[in-house]
Design a protein. Sequence first.
Length: 415
Amino acid sequence: MKLKTGSFPNVVILMIILLIAGFSVKAQDGEKLFKANCASCHKIDKKLIGPALQGIRDRWESEENLYAWIKNSPKYLEEMNDPYATALFEEYNKTPMTAFPQLGDADIAAVLEYVDNYQPPTASAGGEGETGGAAQGGGVDPLWFLLPALLVLIVLAVAFSKAIGALINSAKEKDPDSEKVLPKVISLKERFGIFLKHRFTILAIVIFVLCWVFGSLWDGATSLGRQEGYQPAQPIKFSHKLHAGINKIDCKYCHVGAEKGKASVIPSLNICMNCHMAVSEGPEYGTTEIAKIYDAVGWDAEKGKYIEDYEQKPIEWIKIHNLPDHVYFNHSQHVKVGGIECQKCHGSIEEMDEVYQHAPLSMGWCIDCHRETKVNFDNKYYSDYEALHEKLKNGEIENVTVEGIGGTECQKCHY
Ligand code: HEC
Ligand code: HEC
Ligand code: HEC
Ligand code: HEC
Ligand code: HEC
Ligand code: HEC
């Protein structure tokens, strides 16, 4: 029999499937790369330290120049003599952009891809009292993934119905008797039915799903390494070592939300001014850094009072810790109810001049702690308190961990 008719497109189709799976991983990479390398200075839809990056490809004469610029802009300025780049550099007060020799062409392509497809986050996601923050894009829309998948299925269906037709014809040619058992014409619907039930179709779907799952798992795993240790430069050189360490200011004096609510909240400049009305000079930077606070709130240090009718400028602190939107994390649940110290999750903040992300913030990290940590069981608000208490009393269990009260159930952490 002429099985060959069907097997050629199969290989091609398999490759398409693998390519698409690979591409979706790439697109997610772009977001991670952007956040890790560019978000400290660039937003996509707003000017930050550098220009908004929306529509960036249209502004550059060639893709090649754009890539060269991103890899090493100081070198580009020196060597290329590009009037557009020089003017831009002047416009941004000669602020040098970091060089990224570690980024390959594929990485830059992924970043630009992410920039091109960026959708501003919806307003409802806010309200956590963040002051500023890195640009946030939702992950890859599953629809973009389904569309090519559907296309592939259609191509498969056509190929198969052709193959089935060919098979039947060749069977008829070889063995005229088969006319009796084989139908004269097979309707499209029947062909499609055969296609759907075929082993290969099922195999293709399984491979497709596996690629997707492994792709996103792999992506998740690599992203951990990128976020852990994330330490962007902040707009004011605020030092936790100086404030929380040397001057022993309590964390909760500034991060008022930690005991009360979901988010810890970055303090407003009014809290800074409680002290900095009086303290106008620091040990390291003299008056320059504290002057930025004054400039933002409109404080006239010479006269010792606020400037009237001053339009305050918010300081855009760069958000360091950032869980994906589908994860629910609540500070007061941990700090107040669980009695966990900030340092357990954030490291020795009081020794950091610049804060960095100490923990991976991965799912495994949350769950490991929930498995190990015993809860203070005097608290009666737990839903199955009675039942668990009974078990504790008759020695069935020795203690109750966070897992015991349901802390590893998916819906506790996922919306
Ligand atoms: C330290 C801050 C900083 C970082 C980090 C940074 N940039 Fe920039 N970028 C700038 C500034 C400032 C400019 C404006 C030109 C100048 O002053 O050099 C700029 C300009 C650009 C431009 C040209 C914009 C235009 O309007 O034509 C592109 C493209 C760009 N950056 C891409 C990136 C990408 C991609 C990353 C991350 C891989 C990145 N930048 C990281 C500061 C930064
Ligand atoms: C005087 C006020 C003040 C005190 C006291 C203070 N912080 Fe902060 N904290 C800030 C400001 C301002 C920022 C934002 C700038 C930065 O990241 O350095 C911040 C940022 C942070 C961040 C990073 C937030 C993010 O973007 O993800 C963590 C974590 C943090 N603080 C923890 C602590 C802990 C733990 C303590 C006590 C040991 C503490 N802070 C004490 C003012 C304060
Ligand atoms: C059980 C771990 C844990 C403990 C304990 C903890 N944090 Fe956090 N913190 C996190 C996580 C996770 C995030 C990221 C939250 C997000 O992105 O939604 C975060 C974010 C923050 C932020 C950024 C703003 C925000 O709320 O998203 C600040 C500031 C902060 N923590 C300060 C503190 C301080 C101060 C304490 C102690 C009083 C503390 N944290 C205790 C895990 C912890
Ligand atoms: C409870 C009092 C207090 C609060 C609140 C406070 N500071 Fe300070 N700050 C100090 C003291 C004390 C110094 C150090 C003065 C010295 O040692 O000479 C200082 C120094 C500084 C310096 C100078 C650093 C240097 O090395 O030159 C900066 C910048 C600064 N603070 C920023 C902030 C910001 C931003 C906030 C609000 C998020 C803030 N401070 C809130 C007490 C405070
Ligand atoms: C250092 C240990 C530790 C880490 C890390 C930790 N947790 Fe927890 N978590 C606890 C403790 C302890 C409790 C129980 C508080 C109590 O007694 O109710 C808790 C409770 C919770 C609860 C409520 C569970 C319930 O059944 O009521 C949620 C939701 C939660 N954590 C989410 C998270 C998420 C999301 C992360 C990771 C981003 C995380 N936790 C990381 C220790 C931790
Ligand atoms: C204690 C909190 C917690 C529990 C319980 C939990 N998750 Fe998660 N999950 C997280 C956090 C935090 C992340 C984000 C990790 C990251 O960004 O790397 C996450 C991410 C994910 C992701 C996305 C993976 C990725 O690579 O982006 C999936 C899917 C997921 N969780 C499924 C589940 C399922 C299914 C369960 C129940 C068996 C579950 N989670 C239970 C905290 C939790």
